[in-house]
Design a protein around this ligand. Sequence first.
Ligand code: ADP
Ligand code: ZN
Ligand code: ZN
Length: 646
Amino acid sequence: MNYYLVAPAKSFHQSENLLTYESETTLKIGQIVEIPFGKQSAIGIIAEKTKQPDFETKAITRVLYETPLPKHLVKAMFWLVDYYRCPLSSVVTAILPRGITKSRRSAPNELENTLYSSESQNPLSAEQKRVISEIEANAANTVLLHGITGSGKTNIYIELAKRQLASGKSVILLVPEIALTSQLVQNFQHFFKDVILLHSEQTESIRHQLWQKSLEATAPQVIIGPRSALFAPVKDLGLIIIDEAHEPAYHQDQNPKYSALRLASQMSKTVLGTATPLIADYYICQQHKAVVSLDELAIKSNKTTSISVIDFKNRTSFTRSRIVSNELIASIQQSLDNHQQSLIFHNRRGTAPLTICDQCGWQALCEKCLLPLVLHADKYQLRCHTCGASYPVPTSCPECGNASIHHKGFGTKLIEEELTKLFPRAKIGRFDADTATDQQLNKVYSEVKSGAYDILIGTQMLAKGFDFPKLSTLGVIQADAGLNLPDFSSEERTYQLLTQVIGRANRGHQNSRIFIQTFQPEQNIIKYATSGKYQDFYTYLLEKRQLAKLPPYTFLLKLSLSYKTEKATVANAQKLFRVIRQTIQSEGLNQLFVTPPMPAFHEHERSGYTWQIVIKAKSRKDLTTIFDQLPKSSYLHYDFDPYTLL
Ligand code: ADP
Ligand code: ZN
Ligand code: ZN
């Protein structure tokens, strides 16, 4: 008889352990099996061979696939449990396709794979060749490709993938969300035969078949998909490419919670491509001498781009509209006259009430963390959501004495109303779904391309990947909006967003004019984004992070407690805080810092009240050590390495 430790896709009374089963036949590590599980059955992955235990074991019911999962996935499973303390069952569930026990009828030619012939790609430029050899020669496991928008990263990805395939290895390309029309996906499909494309709108059946195809393939493959494409069961994985590697979409914030960037690095050589690297990624890669830069446009252009920063406090610029400046209005008019397009961007994520003086631009910041404070109207207090400090609400501006201090923001609807009044004959479109489906995205994309809109108003989504051929005016309504979110990542996100938006107009199709409206033109982030100087931005923010003991100088663990009533939440949060302090003392973990319990940014939601405690550590290991000692319950949620503390 053989004995195996199996990782089940279900948990039993909150227990998340490997379970021992027996089998007459010899099985392979990574094989997917069905096991009896309590009174039911479950699917599991063979994790280890083991000796006969001193208790009775049940027999494995059946083997679902002869072919085992590749070794790197079994390793990834253990790594996710160890590094993020993900529940084992949630990891197994994520690795396996849904409906895995169902038999699928259709033949492979019904699959959505497109068969293009491999035509020649653009010949590599000298710069692109340099980057490729630098990446290939780099000994580090993760290489950061810091390339400006339009520098030709696609061509580099294709060449790298081509070389992997030639040496018999598979490649996974991760994209933040799949607009099927995206140039990158199209280029890959054009160049490689039989790309396996995974996306959110595929049916369970299609996904299962694509998964099966990947599991049973004998030739190396190219897989394209969102973060979960890392779980494609490809053999001989040679390279993972992560495009737009700064995107929050690469963090999964439900169980299993993980960063696709970190997981990828555990699985194979990884290339992170982005114009705006997260400073923590840049910092780590720089320490490993693994940053490769590409600072030139692939296609030199003689088109010009002008950038004007407009001070929101200068009311002479806002005589025609309260929120659209006279300069921007004139430019939109000029674009209309020339039959060109205008894009008006508004950061909806920045809807936190901003406490700001409309005369001098003074803003309420935490003295310790230098981050914006949030108004809690119930207690009439300003509170820092990073360290928990609270401040009185000033009745007049501490800088200039102005008596009117604002706590307000505005949305895209208001912008649309204003522009409709100003340009009654223009075709105006508004697109502000932050979580648009692929279909919606593709529709807007082709509408924009065909010139269906003169003026398009939009949020985050429009900043990404869209190429507007007739764009000549770009307006950002309130560039500092995102800066008002009380979070350590707000400045970084705002910089990225502005850089990406500016990149839309910077593609060299037309001469274009960019208008950045802001309450805080003197704000460093606004300056760095408009001048395009990543290094200045990086140095500035790194210093702030060091002062505030934030990543990359520390690792974070966010603990959240949610109960029905505020009273229960506060009491339990305080209790947990005491346990943490005691544990730190008794374990001698004196390199840990704990913030006292404080309300979460979204404190009161339908499900109840949420408070949070943040633990910072110099060593990542200390975080798992303390976490393991804490009492667990279904009221406690935890995030290792959260990218936001909101
Ligand atoms: P990125 O992804 O870095 O923003 P892209 O890969 O989209 O940039 O490239 C920008 C433009 O440059 C595209 O239109 C692409 O076809 C073109 N391009 C890239 N490399 C070359 C090359 N070697 N020769 C000619 N055109 C190129
Ligand atoms: Zn003031
Ligand atoms: Zn603070």
